[in-house]
Design a protein around this ligand. Structure first.
Ligand code: ARG
Length: 571
């Protein structure tokens, strides 16, 4: 039985192998060449064969002729060869019936697979730095990371989400000094991270005038490293305050982590790792610091220990990777951070290789581009930061205004306004390839008529309202009759959901799902405008179109969820 593009690609793949034994045509090649031609006279799917001519040493026409005859007897499709193109025509009614049947049976599980059964994926994402602002720069790691977690879970992997908090380093000595000198317990409790940031800024201002402060900070950090009770208690307090605040944002996004094991968690695990490096003769002294030389690999040395013996960011990442491998026996460990950290990851991944851990290839860095807002670059140092909570609040407010105008019945519905406002931010962010730099413009993100989150949520709500109206009217879905062009185009789009998930996973690219959602919305809205659904001329058509609407509803709900978007039934 023929169902999706993937299935067809597999059939073509076997046709290649039986007709041209020993050929090296890959399934990925076929998948990328197989597309929907603009003119339906050229088939529902078509594949040009020109690319294969050289390696198969024959003409494209001969290739398409040969493949077409090998593919003659497959139920549900008709294959033609035209001037080097393989044009595939699908039996529309049959295709519709089989695809819709599958979606209606599987409902919210449509698209789920067991590809990753028995395999564990560790995802290290979000990971803000304690007592520092949780800002728009963290949006990428947070939503890309969580979306990847959902995608891998959908594909049957066992996923573990780790928040690798930046909770260690000399800055905590500074913060302890500032808190003891100028901190006010009540103010800190109320002001949260903002207050801690203010104290940190004050430390730097005062330290310019009084160099003794820096020595005190060092002494306090040393005490923290020795686990002295006073310093430890303060440090824990800073962490608690910070996590409490991050969790408010995570709740808005429906994100939960399995572990909040920050950098400090690996402190007692580092000495053994350093011994291991020494034993393997990897450490050399470089201006007093211990490093692993990487010149041979075209990279600067990876810093392991500072001159004073203190450990560094890479040391902690190496220890964390070893700990995770031993604890979770992961199939892959994925790190989502800004592209600014690409060198850091390349360096320490290489160190793992030099240490002889052949599973270093299972460590994956997923980098993403920078965000500016209304054209302005964001920089923590110059104070030009936009906090994530403020961005979400503004988006929610604006969404509430627009909704009050569009649908007065929903005015004042805070939950929906938040779903739409935050959804708009996420959707906008996840629309472009992750590595591209993004300029966030609120007005564009919230445009209900553009290719935006609100437009996608609105389309979903439309499917819900048709579904409930049908229920009221007592109409039940069935799958018979002749599908029209708009119905066929839509079901064809819905049929590739599993392929989209596979692509997004392979490329670590949630934007594939975002753009796919827009395809579904465009096809559904065209169908909605061109075709009568519940008021169609005959019962069979009514029921079939209702079925198609339900298929769209299930697929859209899952797809939106995969990119961390809420999907209210009414907006
Ligand atoms: N805390 C770091 C930052 O805000 C990100 C940590 C990423 N994860 C890691 N294992 N290095 O830049």
């Amino acid at each position: 039985m023929f169902s999706t593009k993937l299935n067809l690609a597999e059939k073509i793949y076997s046709a290649f192998n039986s007709s041209f034994p020993g050929c090296e045509v890959g399934k990925d090649d076929i998948m990328s060449l197989l597309t929907s031609p603009p003119d339906k006279a050229m088939g529902d799917l078509a594949m040009p064969c020109f690319k294969f001519a050289k390696s198969l040493r024959t003409s494209p026409v001969n290739i398409s002729n040969t493949l077409a005859s090998a593919l003659q007897d497959i139920e549900g499709i008709k294959v033609e060869s035209v001037n080097g193109y393989l044009n595939v025509f699908i039996d529309r009614n049959d295709f519709f019936k089989k695809t819709a049947e599958k979606i209606l049976t599987q409902k919210k599980d449509y698209g789920k697979t067991e590809t990753g059964k028995g395999k564990t994926i560790v995802l290290d994402y979000s990971s803000p730095n304690v007592a520092k602002p949780f800002h728009v720069g963290h949006l990428g790691t947070t939503v890309i990371g969580h979306s990847l977690k959902k995608l891998f879970t959908f594909a049957g992997y066992n996923c573990i989400g780790v928040n690798h908090l930046g909770d260690w380093g000399t800055q905590f000595g500074k913060l302890i000094v500032a808190y003891k000198k100028w901190g006010d317990e009540k103010k800190v409790e109320e002001g949260g991270i903002d207050e801690l940031v203010a104290l940190y800024v004050k430390f730097h201002e005062e330290a310019e005038k009084d160099p003794a402060l820096a020595d005190q900070a060092r002494a306090h950090f040393a005490a923290l490293e020795r686990k002295e009770p006073e310093e430890t208690a303060l440090w824990e307090k800073f962490i608690d305050i910070s996590i409490k605040e991050y969790k408010k944002t995570y709740e808005q996004l429906d994100i939960e982590f399995d572990y909040y094991t920050g950098e400090s968690f690996y402190s007692d695990k580092m000495p053994a790792v350093i011994e291991d490096m020494k034993a393997k003769n990897l450490l050399t002294l470089n201006e007093g610091a211990s490093v692993v030389e990487l010149e041979e690999y075209g990279m600067p040395p990876c810093l392991i220990l500072k001159t004073d013996g203190a450990t560094l960011y890479p040391t902690r990442d190496i220890s964390a990777a070893l700990y995770r491998k031993n604890t979770f026996d992961f199939h892959k460990c994925i790190y989502v951070t800004s592209a600014a950290q690409s060198l850091h990851f390349a360096q320490w991944f290489r160190v793992m290789a030099l240490m002889g851990y052949d599973w270093y290839e299972d460590l994956v860095h997923v980098p993403y581009g920078t965000v500016s807002i209304n054209g302005e670059k964001l920089a923590t140092r110059t104070g030009n930061v936009v906090l994530l909570k403020d961005l979400f609040a503004t988006a929610t407010e604006k969404a509430a205004d627009i909704m009050a105008e569009k649908n007065p019945a929903l005015a004042g519905n805070k939950e929906t306004a938040e779903a739409v406002g935050i959804g708009a931010v996420i959707f906008y962010y996840l629309s472009a390839n992750k590595i591209r730099d993004i300029n966030f413009v609120m007005q564009d993100a919230l445009n209900f008529d553009g290719n935006t989150g609100p437009y996608a949520q609105y389309t979903y709500a439309r499917t819900c309202s048709i579904a409930s109206k049908a229920e009221e009217m007592g109409i039940k879905p069935t799958l018979s009759g002749d599908v029209c062009e708009d119905e066929f185009v839509l079901i064809k789009t819905l049929s590739v959901f599993p392929d989209m998930i596979a692509d997004a996973i392979r490329e670590y690219e949630p934007s594939i799902i975002t753009r796919y959602i827009l395809d579904i919305c465009a096809d559904f809205n065209r169908f909605y405008h061109n075709c009568q659904i519940l008021s169609a001329e005959d019962d069979e058509t009514k029921k079939r179109r209702l079925a198609l609407t339900l298929c769209t509803k299930y697929t859209l709900a899952s797809a939106l969820e995969l990119i961390c978007m809420k999907h209210p039934e009414k907006i």
